[in-house]
Design a protein around this ligand. Structure first.
Ligand SMILES: [Zn+2]
Length: 196
């Protein structure tokens, strides 16, 4: 029987691979092995021939922390990502969170604790598992708060430099009143209170 992976999981795999192209894929997978096929698993194709699960290898050195990613998936579940509707769940490092239980982390006591990979099952309904909604998980990982702080600092320095340069010109042409207002502007920029 022919089978395919749910489109939402293809999207997710693409996003992860684009962000961490050199990551290990040792524990990656979609369709189940023979051990899976002997029991109920989302790694087996559903009646429509669609596999609704994927495993993602934990490889922080290669740029992919599967357990931090699992928390991102949980947060997306809480936020109502369409692929994470009823039937969806994530398993990572002895924890499971599912749509059924409001995406709270609970203890997972299956035989494989999922230390080396994170398992994601998407919604049972086709509109959910084949959703093409963006995931956004890896973009959030690569842009940290510290990066935003750096960008803010650079922007502030550039603005101060521009104001200082204008001040030199205005000082000559306009006099003290303009100098004072530019000093105020500079202070507002430094304090981050300048109106947008
Ligand atoms: Zn799995």
């Amino acid at each position: 029987m022919s089978w395919r992976t749910a489109y939402s999981l293809d999207e997710l795999l693409d996003a992860i691979n684009a962000a961490a192209p050199d990551r290990s894929k040792a524990a990656d997978g979609s369709i189940g092995d023979t051990a899976h096929s002997s029991r109920t698993s989302d790694h087996n194709p559903n009646p429509a021939g669609v596999v609704r699960a994927r495993d993602f290898t934990h490889d922080p050195a290669g740029g992919f922390d599967a357990h931090a990613f699992a928390e991102d998936i949980r947060q997306l579940g809480i936020a109502g990502h369409p692929a994470l509707g009823p039937g969806a769940y994530v398993i990572s490092r002895g924890r499971i969170a599912s749509a059924t239980y409001g995406w709270d982390w609970r203890d997972y006591d299956g035989s494989n604790p999922h230390d080396h990979h994170t398992h994601v099952s998407v919604a049972t309904a086709a509109a959910g598992y084949d959703s093409n909604a963006l995931w956004g998980v890896m973009q959030e990982d690569t842009m940290q708060d510290a990066d935003f702080d750096k960008i803010r600092t650079i922007a502030r320095e550039e603005a101060e430099r521009a104001v200082a340069k204008a001040g030199d010109i205005v000082k000559i042409d306009v006099g003290t009143k303009a100098k004072r207002s530019l000093a105020t502007v500079l202070k507002e920029i430094r304090n981050g209170t300048r109106p947008q």
